[in-house]
Write a protein that binds this ligand. Structure first.
Ligand SMILES: Nc1nc2c(ncn2[C@@H]2O[C@H](COP(=O)(O)OP(=O)(O)OP(=O)(O)O)[C@@H](O)[C@H]2O)c(=O)[nH]1
Ligand SMILES: [Mg+2]
Length: 298
């Protein structure tokens, strides 16, 4: 008899910087979502599709839920994360071991309104030197919601992820696969590549990164032996443009090199990458400008 597998959607949520994208990449065994030490690295929800035997888990990586909602960009990020809680089959909520912030409380409030099963994943346990402190912490968080299960994990060091995934599959409904087995994300290569450039910028510039910077792939041309790609980096002021380019163009040069190397791995082809920095004032405060740059709810 044909053994029908399970298939469903699972949202990975949590405050900024707690390790959501790192977890997704390790669960998939491939890097599709960018990560960095800086909060609010993820700006668009994206799907990561994992097919395992007869089962298919469709993970949704979300921007970190946060409380600072002053401009259009922040409103978009929260809307995008909250919308993905609706209609999923399970939620994995990440907190960081021994840490609790107002932003965690904010996520908890959003969860209180849902009847979807929630798995609590206590991440970054590799950072905890005294394991005796972990249990009281977990007990304190556990009583805050009716969790289906609780897993202490390390997304970075691959601790307990197998067990977490087994439990996730248990929560999915029976059903046929919604995506082809070889597909790992719903996003285009253009999207992934703009994110690769942004990751290198976030990592290189750290706190100096213009918060409102965005990247757009302008040209993407697959030739036989090489792929030509050009990307526009949008900033808001001439000063920010200077920061992104760096002294004697050093920053832009190394960002270009690192991004090109990642793209070559992804495409398994040589890449010729050109980066341009452009100034567009006030785009982050305008809903219309956001839509033009691909930040839309549709
Ligand atoms: N030590 C340790 N660091 C981790 C672990 N998981 C993630 N990190 C680090 O935490 C930082 C944030 O990780 P991300 O995956 O970008 O976090 P995020 O929740 O997706 O953040 P946003 O997209 O900004 O909401 C990165 O520097 C990761 O390397 C872990 O298990 N252990
Ligand atoms: Mg992220």
């Amino acid at each position: 008899m044909l053994n029908e597998g399970r298939c469903g959607y699972v949202a990975i949520i949590g405050r900024p910087n707690v390790g959501k994208s790192t977890l997704l990449n390790y669960l998939l065994g491939q890097k599709i979502s960018i990560t960095s030490r800086k909060p609010q690295t993820t700006r668009h929800s994206l799907l990561g599709i994992k097919t395992k035997n007869n089962n298919q888990i469709i993970y949704i990586d979300t921007p970190g839920l946060h409380q600072r909602m002053h401009n259009a960009m922040n409103r978009y990020l929260n809307r995008s994360a909250i919308n993905s809680i609706e209609g999923v089959d399970a939620i994995v909520w990440l907190v960081e071991a021994l840490q609790w912030t107002n932003e965690d409380s904010y996520v908890l409030n959003a969860l209180a309104k849902t009847s979807v099963p929630v798995i609590l994943a206590v991440n970054k346990i590799d950072k905890v030197s005294n394991r005796n402190t972990l249990l009281p912490y977990i007990e304190k968080v556990t009583i805050k919601h009716n969790f289906t299960e609780i897993f202490p994990i390390s997304a970075l060091k691959d601790q307990n992820l197998e067990q977490l995934e087994t439990k996730i599959i248990d929560l999915l409904p029976n059903g046929i696969k919604l995506f082809p087995e070889e597909q790992i994300t719903d996003r285009s290569e253009k999207f992934i590549f703009s994110e690769i450039v942004r990751e290198k910028l976030v990592r290189r510039l750290g706190d100096e990164l213009p918060y409102r910077l965005t990247v757009q792939i302008e040209q993407f041309k697959n030739l036989k032996k090489i792929t030509n790609i050009s990307a526009l980096i949008w900033v808001e002021t001439e000063g920010q443009k200077g920061i992104v380019i760096g002294k004697k163009g050093q920053i832009l040069k190394s960002v270009g090199k690192e991004a090109r190397e990642d793209m070559e791995v992804w495409l398994n082809n040589k890449v010729f990458l050109q980066l341009w920095v452009k100034v567009k004032q006030g785009w982050c405060d305008s809903e219309r400008a956001l839509q033009q740059l691909g930040y839309s709810d549709n």
